[in-house]
Design a protein around this ligand. Structure first.
Ligand SMILES: [Zn+2]
Length: 472
C-alpha cells in the first residue's frame, strides 16, 4: 500500500522489514479520565489501518502501552502529574483511577469496534526495563543526572527534530508556555527519563532505582515497551499528530541512541478532531465522550462512520449537525442493505466479487482513503450481481470498515417484519361487531359486516387459531 510517512513527508510504498509480517506500535491512553472522541478518532483510524493490513494478507503484531504513571499535563515535563490530578479529583488512589479508566477506555473501544491490540502493557509493569535502558543511555553518554533527575541530552544527536515540522522557535514557545522552566536541563529540548526530585511530594507510585526512589518520565515507556515486545526494528508507529512532538521525537531520540541504529521506518499520524471553536480537548468546551453520544441517542458506530467519511490526514470538524448528517447517510446505507438479507441466497459471482474487492483494496491502499472505500460500498449496491455476491462483498469490506453492516441490516430487516402495518381502529371495531353477530348466529349481519370491512381494504377470516385480518 501507499502510506504517507511523517518522517519523509511523502507517500511511500509500505514495505515491512520481514516479508508478510508487520510490527506495529500504538501510543495508548493516559488513564486519568475518559477518552474524548477526538482521541478516539486516532484509535479508530489506527484500527482501520491494522485491519486493512490484515485484509491484504499481512500478519500484524500490534502493541500498545497504557500510561498509568509519569505523564505531566504538559508533554514537555511541566505542569501537574495527570494521574495524581485524576486521583485527587475523585478521592481515589492512583491505581484505582488507572484501573477504572483503563476499563472505561476499552469499553469505549468495544462500542466503536476498535480491536484490542495483541499486547497491551501498563507502564507500571515495566519499571525494571526502563531502568535498564536509562542506565545504558547514561553509560553511552546520552543521558545525565542533574538535580536528582535523569535527563536525555539532545545535543548528543546529529538530528533531534526528525519530523522537521517543529523549529527551535516553536519549542521555545512551548517551553515559555509551560508552568515553569527546569533549570537542570543543559539544553532546552532535553527531557526527563527518570524523576527522583519532583515537586509532587505526594507522588504515590515510586520505585527504587540506581538514582534513588523515583518514577519514569512519560516518553521512555513507549520506547521500552515497543523494543521489548517487537524487537529492535519497528515497521510502523502510530499516534495522534500532537504526539509527533515532543513525544515521538523523544521516543526516536532515546530508542536510536540506545540501539545505535535507526529504529522505526513508518510514522502514521492522525490529525485533530476540531469543534467549531478549535481543537477538542478535555479542558475546553463540552467534554465529548462515547457515553455522551449514547445519552444523546447516537449509536457509537455512527461516530465511526463519521470518522471514516474523511481522510485521517485532514482535520475533521465535529458538530452535532455533522454527526446528524452522518447518521442520515448511515441509516440510508443500512436500509439499502436490509432487503438483501431477506433474499434467497445463490451462487457468488466470483468475477464481480474480485472486481469490487479490488476497487476497495485500491481505495484503502491509497494512503488509507476510507471515504473512497465507503463509496465502493455504494458501487457494490449498484452492481448487477445477485444478493449473495453483494452480501459477501459487504461482509468482506466490513472486515476493514468495522461498521457491523450486515448485523445492522439484519436487525432492520427483522424489525420491519415484526411490526406489520397497523390495522385501523375502524376495521378492528367492525371485526369485533362481526364476532358478536356470529356468536348470536346472525350470519346475515356478519356477512354485511364482512363486506364493510372489505370496503375498507381488509379481509377477515375465521381460522383454527382465531380471527385473521389481512390487507387485501
Ligand atoms: Zn508513545
Amino acid at each position: 500500500m501507499q502510506l504517507y510517512n511523517s518522517l519523509s513527508h511523502k507517500k511511500e510504498d509500505f514495505v515491512p522489514r520481514e516479508a508478510g509480517k508487520v510490527s506495529m506500535y500504538t501510543c495508548g491512553p493516559t488513564v486519568y479520565h475518559f477518552a474524548h472522541i477526538g482521541n478516539l478518532r486516532s484509535y479508530i483510524m489506527e484500527d482501520v489501518l491494522e485491519k486493512y493490513l490484515r485484509f491484504t494478507g499481512l500478519d500484524v503484531k500490534r502493541v500498545m502501552n497504557i500510561t498509568d504513571v509519569g505523564h505531566l499535563t504538559s508533554d514537555g515535563d511541566t505542569g501537574d502529574d495527570k494521574m495524581l490530578k485524576g486521583a485527587k479529583r475523585e478521592h481515589k488512589t492512583v491505581m484505582e483511577i488507572a484501573k477504572f479508566y483503563t476499563d472505561a477506555f476499552f469499553a469505549d473501544c468495544a462500542k466503536l469496534n476498535i480491536k484490542t491490540p495483541d499486547v497491551v502493557v501498563p507502564a507500571t509493569s515495566y519499571i525494571d526495563e526502563f531502568i535498564k535502558v536509562i542506565s545504558s543511555l547514561i553509560e553511552k553518554g546520552y543521558a545525565y543526572e542533574a538535580g536528582g533527575n535523569i535527563y536525555f541530552d539532545t545535543s548528543k544527536l546529529k538530528k533531534y527534530y526528525v519530523f522537521g515540522d517543529f523549529s527551535q522557535e516553536d519549542l521555545e514557545v512551548g517551553v515559555r508556555e509551560g508552568v515553569e522552566e527546569d533549570g537542570n536541563k543543559r539544553n532546552k529540548a532535553d527531557f526527563v527519563l527518570w524523576f527522583t526530585k519532583s515537586k509532587f511530594d505526594d507522588q504515590e507510585l515510586k520505585w527504587e532505582s540506581p538514582w534513588g526512589l523515583g518514577y519514569p518520565g512519560w516518553h521512555i515507556e513507549c520506547s521500552c515497551i515497543s523494543m521489548k515486545n517487537l524487537g529492535e526494528y519497528l515497521d510502523l508507529h502510530c499516534g495522534g499528530i500532537d504526539n509527533a512532538f515532543p513525544h515521538h521525537t523523544n521516543e526516536i531520540a532515546q530508542s536510536e541512541a540506545y540501539l545505535g541504529h535507526e529504529w522505526c521506518n513508518y510514522w502514521f499520524h492522525v490529525h485533530h478532531l476540531n469543534t467549531n471553536s478549535g481543537k477538542m480537548s478535555k479542558s475546553s468546551g463540552e467534554f465529548l465522550t462515547v457515553s455522551l453520544l449514547e445519552e444523546k441517542g447516537y449509536d457509537p458506530i455512527v461516530y465511526r462512520f463519521f470518522c471514516l467519511q474523511s481522510h485521517y490526514r485532514k482535520s475533521l470538524v465535529f458538530s452535532w449537525e455533522n454527526l446528524d448528517n452522518a447518521k442520515v447517510s448511515f441509516d440510508k446505507l443500512i436500509a439499502r442493505i436490509a432487503p438483501l438479507t431477506a433474499e434467497p441466497q445463490g451462487e457468488i459471482d466470483e468475477a464481480e466479487f474480485g472486481r469490487l474487492r479490488g476497487l476497495f483494496d485500491e481505495a484503502l491502499g491509497s494512503d488509507l482513503n476510507t471515504a473512497m472505500g465507503i463509496t465502493v460500498l455504494y458501487d457494490v449496491l449498484r452492481s448487477k450481481a445477485g444478493a449473495s455476491t453483494k452480501l459477501a462483498l459487504i461482509g468482506e469490506l466490513d472486515k476493514v470498515l468495522g461498521l457491523d453492516l450486515i448485523k445492522k441490516a439484519q436487525e432492520k430487516s427483522s424489525a420491519s417484519e415484526a411490526a406489520p402495518e397497523e390495522i385501523p381502529a375502524e376495521v378492528l371495531e367492525l371485526v369485533e361487531q362481526r364476532k358478536a353477530a356470529r356468536k348470536e348466529k346472525d350470519f346475515a349481519l356478519a356477512d354485511q359486516l364482512r363486506d364493510k370491512i372489505a370496503e375498507l381494504g381488509y379481509e377477515v377470516k375465521e381460522t383454527r387459531q382465531g380471527t385473521e385480518i389481512n390487507k387485501i
